[in-house]
Design a protein around this ligand. Structure first.
Ligand code: AMP
Ligand code: ZN
Length: 179
């Protein structure tokens, strides 16, 4: 399991630093945030050191979000909260203080007075919105390369299997003809 020596979340994952764990499996860990925005604020992390969500392999990202969903359900019931915020920062400029991928789950209550920051209401000039839309659209990969490789390998394996069974059938036919 690749850990980074100077990373506090890697140390938590290795149990070198104490944390209040609410969920653990082979690849993920969820524990109480030491400075909760509301009581029951949980962080879900990958056990291995991955800096941010963009560097997480797609298959792990799926698993990660399914763990987040399960933990969030538990938090909502346990805290009897009215709602939840799921917050995820990538990079220092986005407020990520600890460069080890993590997702915040924060229980919310009516009129709890918590502010997670209000989005600035910017605006686009002229056709700028169309240019940005088209640029982003063109840069989104259709499928992750790792998935493509897996698909090719599966297809090749299937073809080999079909070839093997065709040979087997021919072999049986020949034997029955001889007999
Ligand atoms: P972020 O700003 O998204 O990187 O969030 C980092 C979070 O980690 C903050 O909410 C901190 O309160 C929390 N945190 C830092 N050290 C610990 C620790 N030892 N145990 C639990 N939570 C921590
Ligand atoms: Zn780490």
């Amino acid at each position: 399991m690749p850990f980074a020596d100077d990373c506090i979340f890697c140390q938590i994952a290795q149990k070198k630093i104490q944390s209040n764990i609410v969920y653990e499996d082979e690849n993920f860990l969820a524990f109480l945030d030491i400075h909760p925005a509301n009581k029951g604020h949980v962080l879900v992390i990958t056990k291995n050191h991955i800096e941010d969500l963009l560097k997480l392999p797609e298959e792990q990202a799926k698993e990660f979000f399914s763990v987040v969903q399960r933990v969030a359900n538990g938090i909502k019931i346990a805290t009897n909260s009215d709602a939840l915020n799921i917050v995820q920062n990538n990079g220092a400029a986005a407020g990520q203080a600890i460069p080890h991928v993590h997702i915040h789950i924060i229980p919310r209550f009516e009129k709890d007075g918590l502010s997670l920051g209000v989005f600035r209401q910017g605006k686009y000039e002229g056709n700028e919105i169309l240019a940005i839309r088209d640029l982003i659209k063109s840069k989104i990969p259709e499928k992750r390369i790792e998935r493509k490789i897996q698909e090719i390998e599966e297809k090749e394996e299937k073809q080999k299997e079909q070839k093997r069974s065709a040979q087997h059938i021919r072999h049986i036919r020949r034997e029955t003809e001889i007999a």
